[in-house]
Design a protein around this ligand. Structure first.
Ligand code: NAG
Length: 398
C-alpha cells in the first residue's frame, strides 16, 4: 500500500522536471530562496510567515463543499466532523499533528490514518532524529530512518517537527562519558546541531533544539552539557541551529510546564533572557504528558505568559494517560481533559498547534514507561476513535 521507493523516486525527479515547486512543496516564506510558483493544479498557500506550501487547488479552501465521505465515526466517537487537522486549521491554527516511529510504518492501516491530512498536518519522528540515532559515534552520522519519515511527510503533504538535537537522554555514551573539556564539548554540540539540522534544512517546520533541560523545581538538570559547559550550552545550540536552517522555528521543549509553577517560571525566565541577549529562539514546546483527572487549571494563563515573550507556543507531545482498565467514566473524563487542553490552546492566538505523542494506544510509549497506565491517546489499540477524539474536536470548535 505504501511504497516508499516509488515516492522517493518521484521526489527525486520532480526538482529536475520543473523550476516550479511540486504539489505539496514549499513555495515561499521568510528566507525561502526556492521557486515561488507552483506546479499546474496547485496553488501557493501561506501556512505561516515562514512556510508557504503548494496545495492542490481543490483543497485550498477549508470548509469547502466537499462532503466528508470516506470518514466514518467509529464506535466510541460521536463526531460527524472530519478531521482533527481540518478543525484545528479552521480555528486559525497551523496544524494538528502526531508523532510516529519507523517500526510502525510497516502497519498499513496505521499508516493510512497517519497519512490522512484531514487528521494530521504535521508529524514528528519519535526517535529517529535523536542523538543516538543520528550520531551514534563521533562524527559518524546516520539519517536513514529520519529521512524515511521526512519523505513520508512530503509524500503526504505534511510538515515535520524535528525532535531533538540536545537532550540528556538517548545520548550515546561517547558523549555522556567522553570526559571532554568545555571547548571540545562546545564544538561537539555545534557540529551535531549544525550537521543534523543542516541535513534536513528546508524540510522541518520547527526543531526542538534543547529538550528537558530543567528539573521540576526550576533548577538546571544535571547533564553532561550543563555540567561541562554550564548554561552556555543553550545559546550555543540555538545559534548553531539558526545558522544551519534559518527558516526553521527553534523551540525549547519540556514536560511539566503545562500549568504555571516553578518549572514554567524557569522556562519563562530563560527565554526572556535568551531573547534579551539576541539568542535566536522562536517557540516554547509544552510536551503535555498529562494524567486523566489531573489536568492543571492554569494552562491558558501559562500559555499567555509564554507568548507574552514574543514566542509561539505548541503542545508537542500531548497524551493523557489513565490507570488501566479504561472504564467508561475514565474515557469520559479523558474526553473532557483533552477538550480542556485544546480549548486553552485555541484561546491564545500564538498557540499555533498541537501534536499528540502518536495517535493510537497501539503504539503509545505510556504502558512500557508507567506501569499499569495507558489508554492515553484518541484512537484505541484497534485504531478505533475514542471519546477523546470528540473532546479534541470540541476544543477546536467551541
Ligand atoms: C565554557 O566556555 C564557554 C565559551 O567560552 C563559556 O561561555 C562558559 O562559561 C564555559 N563554561 C564553563 C563551565 O567554564
Amino acid at each position: 500500500m505504501f511504497n516508499l521507493a516509488a515516492f522517493s523516486t518521484l521526489l527525486t525527479l520532480i526538482p529536475f522536471a520543473t523550476a516550479q515547486s511540486a504539489v505539496w512543496g514549499q513555495c515561499g516564506g521568510i528566507g525561502w530562496t526556492g521557486p515561488t510558483t507552483c506546479a499546474a493544479g496547485s496553488t501557493c498557500v501561506p501556512q505561516s510567515d515562514y512556510y508557504s506550501q503548494c496545495l492542490p487547488s481543490s483543497s485550498t479552501t477549508i470548509g469547502s463543499t466537499t462532503s466528508p465521505t470516506g470518514s466514518s465515526s467509529a464506535p466510541g466517537s460521536t463526531s460527524t466532523v472530519t478531521g482533527l487537522n481540518t478543525v484545528a486549521k479552521a480555528a486559525g491554527k497551523l496544524y494538528f499533528g502526531s508523532a510516529t516511529d519507523n517500526p510502525e510504518l510497516s502497519d498499513s492501516p496505521y499508516v493510512a490514518i497517519l497519512s490522512d491530512t484531514k487528521e494530521f498536518g504535521i508529524i514528528t519522528p519519535g526517535n529517529s532524529m535523536k542523538w543516538d540515532a543520528t550520531e551514534p559515534s563521533r562524527g559518524s552520522f546516520s539519517f536513514t530512518n529520519g529521512d524515511t519519515i521526512v519523505n513520508l511527510a512530503k509524500a503526504n503533504g505534511q510538515m515535520v517537527r524535528g525532535h531533538t538535537t540536545v537532550w540528556y537522554s538517548q545520548l550515546p555514551s561517547w558523549v555522556s562519558s567522553g570526559n571532554f573539556d568545555n571547548a571540545t564539548l562546545i564544538s561537539i554540540v555545534q557540529n551535531h546541531v549544525s550537521t543534523v539540522i543542516g541535513h534536513w534544512k528546508g524540510s522541518i517546520y520547527a526543531w526542538d533544539v534543547v529538550n528537558e533541560i530543567f528539573n521540576d523545581d526550576g533548577t538546571y538538570r544535571s547533564s553532561v552539557f550543563y555540567n561541562t559547559i554550564g548554561p552556555a550550552f543553550v545559546p550555543t545550540a540555538f545559534n548553531a541551529a539558526r545558522a544551519a536552517d534559518p527558516n526553521a522555528k527553534l523551540y525549547i521543549n519540556d514536560y511539566n510546564i503545562e500549568g504555571t509553577g516553578a518549572k514554567s517560571t524557569a522556562v519563562y525566565n530563560l527565554v526572556k533572557s535568551l531573547k534579551a541577549q539576541g539568542v535566536p529562539i522562536d517557540g516554547i514546546g509544552i510536551q503535555g504528558h498529562l494524567i486523566v483527572g489531573q489536568v492543571p487549571s492554569t494552562i491558558q494563563q501559562n500559555i499567555e505568559q509564554f507568548t507574552s515573550l514574543g514566542v509561539e507556543v505548541a503542545f508537542t507531545e500531548l497524551d493523557i494517560r489513565m490507570t488501566l482498565p479504561a472504564t467508561a467514566a475514565l474515557l469520559d473524563q479523558q474526553k473532557n481533559d483533552y477538550q480542556t487542553v485544546i480549548s486553552a490552546c485555541n484561546a491564545v492566538p500564538k498557540c499555533i498547534g498541537v501534536t499528540i505523542w502518536d495517535y493510537t494506544d497501539k503504539y503509545s510509549w505510556v504502558p512500557s514507561t508507567f506501569s499499569g497506565q495507558g489508554a492515553a491517546l484518541p484512537w484505541d489499540e484497534n485504531l478505533v476513535k475514542k471519546p477523546a477524539y470528540d473532546g479534541i474536536i470540541a476544543g477546536w470548535t467551541q
